[in-house]
Ligand binder design. Sequence first.
Ligand SMILES: Cc1cc2nc3c(=O)[nH]c(=O)nc-3n(C[C@H](O)[C@H](O)[C@H](O)COP(=O)(O)OP(=O)(O)OC[C@H]3O[C@@H](n4cnc5c(N)ncnc54)[C@H](O)[C@@H]3O)c2cc1C
Length: 538
Amino acid sequence: MTARYQADVVIVGGGLAGLATAHELLDRGLRVLVLDRDSEDRLGGLAKRSFGGVMFVDTPQQRKLGINDTPELAWSDWQSFADFGSGDEWPRRWARTYVERSTELIFDWLSGHGISFLPVVNWAERGLFRPGNSVPRWHIAWGTGFAIIESIVGALENHPQRDKLAIVYGHRVERLLVDAGRVTGCAGGLEDDGSDFEARAEHMVLASGGICGGDLSKVRANWFEPWGKPPSTLLNGSHRFADGLLHDEAAKHGATLTHLDKQWHYAAGVHSRTTDSPQDGISLVPPRSALWLDARGRRFEPVPLMGYSDTRWVVEQICRTPEQYSWQVLNWKIAIKELAVSGCDHMTAFRHKRKLELVKQVIFGNKELANRLIDESEDFVVADNMPELMNKMDALSLEGISIDRERMEADIRAYDAQIARGPRYFNDDQLRRIANFRQYKGDRLRTCAFQSIDDPKARPLIGIREFILSRKSLGGLQTDLQSRVLDTSGEPISGLYAVGETAGFGGGGIHGKGSLEGTFLGSCVLTGRLAGRAIAGG
Ligand SMILES: Cc1cc2nc3c(=O)[nH]c(=O)nc-3n(C[C@H](O)[C@H](O)[C@H](O)COP(=O)(O)OP(=O)(O)OC[C@H]3O[C@@H](n4cnc5c(N)ncnc54)[C@H](O)[C@@H]3O)c2cc1C
């Protein structure tokens, strides 16, 4: 028998974008049904696993640190990283809305729901060959993305209009229902027994996430052409149901899909026993004092690879090597100071709001995390000396690839020799950039002061085999500023909306080719709230 539902608005997907939309609609008294494929414990989608870094422009935290930020400056930085194309009118408008209204529509809203942000604002994506964030903008939610979801779900549960909200799980939406040119609902099957359901509504909101997870063949099929072919080993760092099913379904009904080849991948993905499937990975925040080597153990040149400057450029450099994976070589001292994971599961002090633990980690290093990663991931090797390290790296090299031992040793010796000569004589670009990073308090706390690699006092040595990890779809369904899905002639499809990653975070690609970071969670709130307002009529 087919289960039937009816509401004013049906939202497909209970991630942050879907939940923000639902909240906005409840505020305006509409009856809302959220349908999600996943189980109840995963309500909140990717945001629940996220680190909870959000980009804002001109916040009290920034002002307290003496950071003078403005929408004009952020807009200039955004355009530089996005490198928008000539037809990117909607992405541009959404991006402009983000930089102009992030404080009002995202920061104030999250703060109003009890989310607080750490006083030290982080400085991600500051740019390398193109300008990135001119100033620190990455605000870390205390309690991570987990706390963001916890508070939004709490706000929905305690909402005065709670009786107008229904959330059902294990419902896989497969089709849109269209009557006389208007989208009037959706249909699909239940995950447990495959039985059918149908939901009817005045308005349908697609909030089902991106295409970068569930089906990596979609990621490969839409691979960014200038990067060559996709790597043979690609890790999934996204949602298991991010399969693009509803992107395709909407396109069948005339929706415009754009920028699917613009994807936000990370360079330091490793396998982990904590994930759901063997092709899932976790994304390391690349330690800045580690040497980044290609799959054969040779340092990248002429410009050394480092994190925090331009993620897309780093990913591109690795994708252009024949082997398409890389190594980072470091030691224990660097690991406990600089290793971090982008995600809340491993960042326990942040996730569980343990202030004292956090302070201890900053002062004495995070030994628990380093040990946990070494223990959990097959991609870590640990050795007492360089020959042993190279043997272990060789043993872990993919078929047909071996470590160039002479070159690797020479690169490490040359780097260490520079450090021994002292900062006055630094010619190495990585060391110069470390010196620059350490000028900012937020980075100084988390970056070693010029730590050599083969330092007997800092052992053991550690090698990390790193793969490209697929995380976010920058493209998606094209939407206008009311989150209405547009057809190929630029007209709204009656009754159909898209928010969050499904909409390329706004307009089918708010980021163009690259993000300033923290803009993903922020855009979910932004697009969801504006969709809710538009549906409710203001
Ligand atoms: C580990 C990690 C760390 C991150 N850290 C950050 C960060 O610090 N800052 C930042 O800005 N971003 C971060 N992100 C990215 C950010 O979390 C996501 O881009 C964002 O949460 C996407 O939200 P969404 O609501 O659009 O989609 P999702 O969270 O993917 O939610 C989609 C929902 O739709 C459901 N669904 C899918 N298909 C169907 C279907 N056919 N029928 C019914 N339901 C369906 C899914 O079950 C899911 O619940 C991180 C992501 C990860 C994984």
